[in-house]
Design a binder for this molecule. Structure first.
Ligand SMILES: Cc1cc2nc3c(=O)[nH]c(=O)nc-3n(C[C@H](O)[C@H](O)[C@H](O)COP(=O)(O)OP(=O)(O)OC[C@H]3O[C@@H](n4cnc5c(N)ncnc54)[C@H](O)[C@@H]3O)c2cc1C
Length: 386
């Protein structure tokens, strides 16, 4: 793996992957996107198609049923899907980087053997249960508890806004829980909770502004009893381990956001060339052309930011600051481009069946999920020693 990735000269295997996923996005995803968005239905057939292509196994070794690729390959796939349908892209992002990755990174041999083949094949999904009603940006505010009782952990508490946590193929949620107290400091650990465990409930799905075809639920845990072996990673390292997962996840979210930003450019170029007003295509007006040029510049800048963060990560170098920068600029690019594209589409931009209107509703969450813009600024400032 190179420690420099250029937008102008992608290695051939990456380019081929991106083209394959682009084709899938256009042929399979795009035709059903508006319907799933309108119905708020989970796109099972699309998820099965992504599973058949091996997308859920992209960054995992073949011994765990993966494709033997890397995290950058996942990012390229997310960018292509994000152009067309953010709900589908976040389903893959959360399935891989939040669902399977914690087990790959921190699981023992038995946990990896039990869960990874199901997750990397896309036959099953796992959720990442960090956020709680009183623990969002301040995720260390976890109140959910896991108490040792004989050979078990007994979990009580709740989580909110958990992606992929209530589908028909969801089999697992990995949760952070307070497992003790070290000199007044909470000891937070992560525990694997199979969704079939009595006392685990995925409450009714949220009615969201966007990402309508993505699955998001509040979760409740009432005396949920799981074996002691379900502790994931070292006891007391749960919060730190989840933060590591989020650092990586920010690069993936940035890639998805770049897809959204680029999708808005592509749609706008097409529409501005076709739509006539005052006797000419609206794109002939410099006001429109410049707007689209600025959108392209935002998408390109954000892409270079996530390529850079991914290259550092794959080279084993520190990448925390670059991941936060990429996540912040890419999510802002997506939101800004969605707003501009909607303007270019005029009244059609306000109609739900248009891709740009979906991006307008969908992009806002990119500035919130996996760490808000303010949290990214906190992390960047901290890396600067402030
Ligand atoms: C659709 C969706 C899917 C999600 N999926 C998952 C998931 O799968 N797993 C999971 O664990 N979580 C998930 N989340 C939760 C998401 O990560 C949180 O919503 C996010 O981290 C923000 O937390 P919060 O909502 O509690 O906002 P808060 O933390 O309450 O923040 C409210 C506002 O205050 C600002 N703020 C807070 N502290 C500071 C500060 N110190 N300085 C300046 N500003 C500050 C924030 O930036 C924000 O603007 C999801 C959320 C949504 C909406």
């Amino acid at each position: 793996m190179t420690d420099y990735l250029s937008t102008g000269s992608l290695p051939e295997e990456y380019r081929q992957l991106a083209l394959t996923v682009r084709d899938f996005a256009q042929q399979v995803v795009a035709p059903v996107s508006a319907k799933h968005d309108a119905d708020h239905s989970f796109p099972y057939e699309v998820v099965a198609g992504m599973a058949d292509m091996g997308l859920f196994g992209l960054p995992f070794p073949e011994e765990f049923g993966g494709m033997g690729g890397d995290y950058f390959a996942l990012c390229l796939a997310l960018e292509e899907l994000g152009k067309v349908d953010q709900s589908v892209a976040i389903t893959l992002e959360a399935g891989v980087s939040l669902g399977a990755m914690p087990i790959y990174r921190f699981g023992n041999d038995d946990q990896r053997a039990e869960w990874l083949p199901q997750l990397t094949s896309g036959q099953a999904l796992a959720g990442f249960g960090l956020t709680e009603p009183d623990a969002g940006s301040d995720a260390g505010g976890t109140r959910t508890t896991a108490v040792e009782d004989g050979d078990s952990w007994v979990i009580n508490g709740s989580k909110q806004f958990i992606t992929n946590s209530g589908t028909d193929i969801t089999r697992l949620v990995t949760v952070t829980a307070v497992t003790g107290n070290n000199g007044g400091k909470k000891e937070i650990s992560t525990i694997l909770v199979p969704t079939s465990t009595p006392g685990f409930v995925a409450e009714p799905a949220y009615n969201k502004v966007g990402w309508n075809a993505s699955d998001t639920h509040p979760l409740s845990f009432t005396d949920v009893r799981v074996p002691r072996e379900n502790l994931l990673g070292e006891r007391g390292r749960g919060y730190a381990n989840f933060l590591r997962i989020l650092d990586e996840g920010r690069i993936a979210i940035a890639a998805l956001a770049v897809g959204a930003a680029q999708g808005c450019v592509d749609e706008s170029v097409r529409y501005a060339g076709e739509r006539q007003a005052f006797g000419q295509a609206i794109g002939r007006n410099q006001a429109i052309a410049f707007k689209i040029a600025r959108m392209e510049a935002r998408a390109h800048t954000a892409r270079t930011a996530y390529y850079d963060a991914a290259a550092l990560m794959l080279a084993g170098k520190p990448f925390k600051k670059q991941a936060s920068i990429a996540k912040m600029v890419a999510s802002e690019a997506a939101m800004d481009n969605a707003r501009d594209a909607t303007q270019i589409f005029g009244g059609n931009g306000f109609m739900n069946e248009y891709v740009v209107s979906r991006h307008y509703r969908d992009s806002k969450i990119l500035e919130i999920g996996e760490g808000t813009t303010e949290v990214q600024l906190m992390l960047i400032a901290r890396e600067l020693g402030l």
